[in-house]
Design a protein around this ligand. Structure first.
Ligand code: KIV
Length: 271
């Protein structure tokens, strides 16, 4: 795709300025060129190439199976579709938990091989050395606290996190550590709205919520959920803006009918 030099790219600094001015940050996931182009032209601030690709693109039950090579494939496709949005790419499970050198090598592969602008990883204190090492190499890092799907087998459930005082205190501590380490933003997933509000007010960097209430500095949704492609997933926090599953089913059923009845193609649709 040709680059339009008149389009001003959103940067990590733009997000900081948005927090200061009170302008909310919009973020959505994308995994391919075509949707990235639509979301970018619609004016979305941040596109996340989430490891939720493991669920919504590959059909796995969890985010654990997706590989670094597969994330690189998705991210490089998204990069070709977006000219304005900030592009953040998830480090997948197993590509950064071993040690900080492994984390850095994975982050550098993402940056070099996709053209993305930043990486996201899950966790607080337990990954802080990796966060610092990646940031010191010049790669911007977005944190992710609360429900961290790569730890699903530790949690045992996708229910709301940090309802108890001890877990809430650890989350506040982790958020401060991530900010001090130099993260430019933190995703807060599925935690009580009051806790998300306190964390958002205590930080100078933006928080992006998903199931974390309206006081976060921005919001993120998985595209398949908000567009209604996924029909089974109905958490309370999700607002569906379309029902694409039904619309696409209707369109494809009509196409099948037209083919079978010989009404497609007609004379105008042939050479
Ligand atoms: O992978 C993903 O889509 C995410 C969002 C839910 C924040 O991490």
């Amino acid at each position: 795709m040709s680059v339009n030099k008149d389009i001003k790219r959103i940067t990590t600094n733009t997000l900081l300025k948005m927090k200061s001015s009170g302008e909310k940050i919009s973020m959505i996931t994308a995994y391919d060129f075509s949707f990235a182009r639509i979301f970018d032209q619609a004016g979305i601030d941040v596109i996340l190439v989430g490891d939720s690709a493991s669920n919504v693109m590959a059909g796995h039950e969890t985010t654990l199976p997706i590989t670094l090579d597969q994330m690189i494939y998705h991210a490089s496709s998204v990069v070709r579709g977006a000219q304005r949005s900030l592009l953040v790419v998830d480090l997948p499970f197993g590509s950064y938990q071993g040690n900080s050198k492994e984390a850095l090598v994975s982050a550098i592969r993402i940056m070099k091989e996709t053209g993305g602008h930043a990486i996201k990883l899950e966790g607080g204190e337990e990954v802080i050395e990796s966060v610092k090492r990646i940031i010191s190499s010049g790669v911007p890092v977005m944190g992710h606290l609360g429900l961290t799907p790569q730890s699903i087998y530790k949690f045992g459930t996708y229910t709301v996190r940090a309802k108890e005082e001890a877990e809430a205190a650890k989350l506040k501590h982790d958020a401060l550590l991530l900010q001090e380490a130099g993260c430019f933003a933190i995703v807060l997933e599925k935690i009580p709205a009051q806790l998300a509000k306190e964390v958002s007010q205590s930080l100078s960097i933006p928080t992006i919520g998903i199931g974390a209430g309206g006081a976060c500095d921005g919001q993120v949704l998985v595209m398949h959920d908000m567009l209604g492609i996924n029909t089974e997933f109905k958490p309370r926090f999700l607002r569906k803006y379309l029902n694409l599953f039904e619309q696409i089913t209707g369109a494809v059923q009509q196409y099948i009918k037209d083919v079978k009845s010989n009404s497609f193609p007609n004379e105008l649709e042939q050479y």
